[in-house]
Write a protein that binds this ligand. Structure first.
Ligand SMILES: [Zn+2]
Length: 255
């Protein structure tokens, strides 16, 4: 039984189907004769194959395979690239852009979290030959994480705000991590409104003071920097109608 058509006539479900399949060029070789029960099964299988409509009756089209609807957009590709690239920073990007800070502060916060702020670390990566020193402690290189998180001088402002919730914490390694864990803490719902503004406010105050020291050769005492930070936070909250901050400012002012 060398030929598929012969096999099919042996099964005897109908010659027309056998002709059709043989026209398809199928050529099946059997090693032995089929038993009766196998003949029924083969006939059944062939009938189902004939009825099989295929996986999809739609015409072929180019589809974006990473989303169900198959639609492609540059935004989707960008998000996917961000999620899959090794070494990428995971940050609370939505919260940054939805925060109640001025637009330029949102951009600035985003830069800090992505370690893209023009610190001396960044300038060195761009090929500038400089001897990097932190403008606050004069002890370590000025890197993004050192300046905004780990410097023993700028850390005083973090401790000022941390003293409010009286919760022991370990300073995260990266700025994006800090923003993530900061937003998970912070007390009641109304408190959260101003609490979530604090990291941006601290970073902005540090950055302004750093630029004063770097470009204008003006050095304000840290007490003044803290005051500026609190005033900035107060101003932002007033602009957004967050009144709860009055208590906070009184408390911090008292400190
Ligand atoms: Zn330092």
């Amino acid at each position: 039984m060398e030929d598929f058509a012969d096999l099919y006539s042996f099964c005897d479900p109908g010659a027309s189907i056998a002709e059709m399949w043989s026209q398809q060029g199928w050529n099946i070789t059997l090693r032995r004769l089929l038993n009766d029960w196998e003949v029924d099964r083969v006939a059944n299988l062939l009938q189902r194959l004939e009825d099989f409509p295929g996986l999809n009756t739609n015409p072929d089209a180019i589809r974006w395979k990473h989303d169900r609807d198959g639609e492609f957009s540059v935004g989707r590709m960008y998000k996917r690239d961000l999620a899959t690239q090794s070494g990428e920073i995971a940050g609370p990007w939505k919260q940054i852009w939805k925060s109640n800070t001025p637009t330029k502060i949102k951009c600035f916060t985003w830069l800090v979290c992505r370690r893209a702020c023009l610190t001396q670390e960044r300038l060195k990566k761009r090929g500038f030959q400089i001897v990097s020193r932190c403008f606050f402690c004069h002890e370590k290189e000025e890197t993004n994480n050192h300046l905004f998180l780990h410097c023993r001088v700028t850390a005083q402002i973090w401790y000022l705000f941390q003293s409010i919730i009286q919760d022991p914490w370990v300073v995260p390694e990266h700025t994006a991590d800090l923003l993530n864990c900061w937003m998970r803490r912070g007390g009641s719902k109304t408190q959260k409104k101003w609490w979530n503004l604090v990291p941006s406010c601290i970073w902005w105050s540090i950055w302004k003071e750093r630029n004063n020291r770097c470009f204008k050769n003006i050095t304000n005492p840290m007490q003044k920097v803290k005051e500026n930070c609190i005033n900035t936070l107060y101003f932002w909250c007033k602009e957004e109608g967050i009144d709860d901050v009055n208590q906070l400012v009184d408390f911090l002012g008292y400190l």
